[in-house]
Design a protein around this ligand. Sequence first.
Ligand code: ATP
Ligand code: MG
Length: 763
Amino acid sequence: MEYLDHLNPPQREGVLNVEGPSMIIAGAGSGKTRVLTYRIAHLIREKNVDPFSILALTFTNKAAREMRERIENVVGPDARSLWMGTFHSVFARILRSEAHHIGYPSNFTIYDTDDSKQLIRQLIKQFNLDDKTYKVNSVLGRISGAKNRLISWQRYQQDAAIRAEDEAAMKPKMAQLYEAYVKRCVKSSAMDFDDLLFNTNILFKNFPDALLKYQHRFRYVMVDEFQDTNLSQYLITKKLAAVHQNICVVGDDAQSIYAFRGADIRNILNFEKDYPELKIIKLEQNYRSTKNIVQSANAIIAKNKAQLKKSVWTSNEEGDQIEVIKAQSDNEEGRLVAQSIFEEKMNNQLENSDFAILYRTNSQSRSMEEALRKMNIPYKIIGGLSFYQRKEIKDLIAYMRYTVNHDDEQSLRRIINYPKRGIGNTTVEKIIVAAYENNLSLWEVIQNPHRFFSGRAANAIDGFTTLIKSFKKEVEQKDAFDAATAIAKGSGILRELYSDKTVEGLSRYENVQELLNAIKDFAESEDVEDRSMDAFLQDVALLTSADESSAEDKDKVTLMTIHSAKGLEFPYVYIVGMEEDLFPSQMMLNSRADLEEERRLFYVAITRAEKKLYLSFATSRYRFGNLKMCEASRFIDELDPQFIKMSTRYGSRQPESMPGQRPSFAGGGSNAGGYARNLVSSINKDRTKSQQRQPSKEHTPSAGFEASDITNLKAGDKVEHLKFGFGEVLEIDDRGPGKKAKVKFEHFGEKTLLLSFAKLRII
Ligand code: ATP
Ligand code: MG
């Protein structure tokens, strides 16, 4: 049991105490995940527990994979039969074998968020609702919120109190939308992500035999990141553990960052009530980070009122102070961060993979990417537009999905006329209406097209179903790879992409090849029991944004949102965009609870760093197409000055703070403006005629762009336009309503601009 030597006494207790309910609530980096990992290894190796009877629920599939690998190192290949994964993947698997109970076929489709949004968009249109009142995201958010609180559409319709909030938000048709959404999903034999949990609850509630089977199977149940479970997940876990009562949950209330998705911190408090004999273990030593980082994180979280008291300490070295980088623009911020990474790497002999750049929202990655690219620093983005969201990939997957499940409406819509075969949108809508009116499935309708359609349309549909039937044969007889190859060819997708000889066309073709490679890997992998296309599709549907990475991604800087960084650690961490309205996010300033959630997010971000933490902010930034002046985030000001220092790495201007003095960051609104103006004039001085600007489709305005007063604009003036870039005024036209200027732009040619609207700056 040499592995027990790698644990401190309370951690060891967490590992050895396997019988009965226990809970470990402890701060970041204190080894909670390590305890779970060793606990499972211990159960298998010392307690001879069959891995098949251990269930471990993690936050991402990647976390599950890593845990499994570590356990395998201790116990060998036995670890493969552990039940380990996200709530969604584990319960999707269970639902597949129990689907018949709840009226679903076992090959049901899993709708991703895109599919759900498409469906809601179609319903809003079908109901003739105003899409400004009924925004797709908010409708989906409300449906999802209801499901995660286990409120069915029937209860939603009956219970006025539940509906009140939506009605107050002027959405009186929410109840009908919810009902229609659910019915359309059922008709398509599809479940969305929330359904996987909702339906598991239904299954366990209505079919006690099914519940009993899994209660007996899972003798040991464990949950990581317990603070981010929602009611639906909580009830599933509780039910599963009810017979053996060997349940161990680990988490940190200070890292609860998914309230917006229904995560409920009360689950931690309820847990104590539900299990009176609960053993609570505290871990207080942090092994991840330096003293400076641990103490800063402690001080930040102490500002939140709603939290359990914990003390976290570390015996690690003091470490460097947290370094704050101030930039004049988002582009400069990117450049300074990239330079800093470059230097740290050179000075300390580091790998690219030692670095992570974390941000509040995905869109912030752009300026970071540009800067890293310019400096030839390899990077990977976790999340954002992933491989599986690309059109060509979704198209081929839709063919595969539809072949497996002929009722999948969203896939049918995608492929029935792609590549083109003369089946228009109206025909598709008619198919759906016909299915409803005649109480048939979509497949039944399109299998007998002559009953519903005349001549050409019916023939075209016939052609399509014949194709799908031939694919079905492939899927039934071959493994996922061979079947996918047949579908890629037979559908005409490969031909369609191959005939497009543009650079983009070529890359789409390569992406499809890449997908086929991925399927080949899957079909040949030793870890996979079921190599069918159905199994592959399930895996793909449940990939979370944090899961995607390949062997080629090894030595790269990681870029991701703070949300997806949960549970991870990196030696060097840069938290960028530390500005008011960005972080804390503008949308989260409405209540104390929201602000506290943002602060917990900041706590999560800080505690990802092992050796050194950088914070950066820009005094101006493009947001939603407009240049905005920005103030440093209040979170920087909340840090104790003894733990931070202003970076000597500055943009175009000198820092404002004096050495040894507490740097003042916040309240920099007017200052920021001043800086931006100074910067503009310094740029103006530097700019010469010979300046070579790369032609591009879009102009990147100079940092700190501010429109000038242009009342006295005259022919011959040199100007910069927010969008069109640099140019020269050819003439001023005062006739008619509104003064206009004809300007010849370097890259956009001649334009006539109405001066009262033009965003022009005189150079
Ligand atoms: P988070 O809250 O961020 O999920 P955590 O509590 O799960 O953190 P772990 O990721 O398990 O913490 O551990 C943090 C780091 O400390 C890991 O690198 C882990 O290997 C290391 N670690 C944990 N316990 C010990 C120990 N007793 N001795 C040495 N290193 C340890
Ligand atoms: Mg952890």
